[in-house]
Design a protein around this ligand. Sequence first.
Ligand code: R5P
Length: 309
Amino acid sequence: MSRMLVAGLPRQRRLRDGLLEALPADPVEGEVRHFPDGESYVRVDTDCAGRDVVVAATLARPDPLLLPLVYLARGLRDRGARRVLLAAPYLAYLRQDTRFRPGEVVTSQVFAGLLSDAFDGLATIDPHLHRYAALSDVYDVPGRVAHAAPALARWIAGHVTRPLIVGPDSESEQWVSDVARRAGAPYAVLSKTRRGDRDVSIEVPGLERYRTHTPVLVDDIVSTARTMAVAVAGLRDAGCPAPVCVGVHAVFAGDAYETLRRAGPAAIVTGDTIEHPSNAIPLIGGLAEAVRDLLAGPPPVTEGAGGAA
Ligand code: R5P
């Protein structure tokens, strides 16, 4: 059976090369770029006949990526790909998972519908599933999720003395309890109120019995970093040592990284799902495993050469 292929997007070379090495697979040659007027140009040079193709694309700042991805998936099918899978270490558009105010569009569903139409399967790392219990609640194609908790726990156990794992809000309890168990550390969860994109307040419960521990704030997404920054300030005000901040997905919108640095954490480290100077925890190997597991599933029913059901 032929080896699988990996296609990538411009400026995401490290992710593509990481998957090529971890799977292992052969690269798809071609071009994805924008014309001067902003329209996309996509060309697939590699013959993909009968082969499974993985498109490596992390989806931070997803809007300009969506159309090129849809075109690329089409180009790969036109070149005969048997299955076209998306490997997105960071999967965007999961936070608008309900209508908080009348008239709001539940963008997670629309986005998932577009990707489900374009791809035969999806592998990702710790998607932000809060009100959705599983990816299959919103995606119509088979999905696999790799979990960052084992790698986060290993990093914490190897770099932090007497860690106290701290979740900034109740949503994070699912990750912090798992990370804490794996790192053999206690955990605590703070209480967050969000009033706007950058308007967050956090209450810190009594942590007196952990005075000799180093707090390690763990969150899935660091976007504006207001959650982390306010949590750092709250912990310091409560008399704790400067916390270490650990995020899975380094979205860091605008001035977010500087905002967080100014709050005075002991360190800021993230997984490598989105390329950023804070990346210190390798997660792409887990994504490759999720892709392999996905590919072990049944192939689509084909209708003639190269046709996908
Ligand atoms: C909340 O739902 C997430 O788990 C993160 O806490 C949140 O996305 C962080 O956002 P920001 O960095 O903008 O405060």
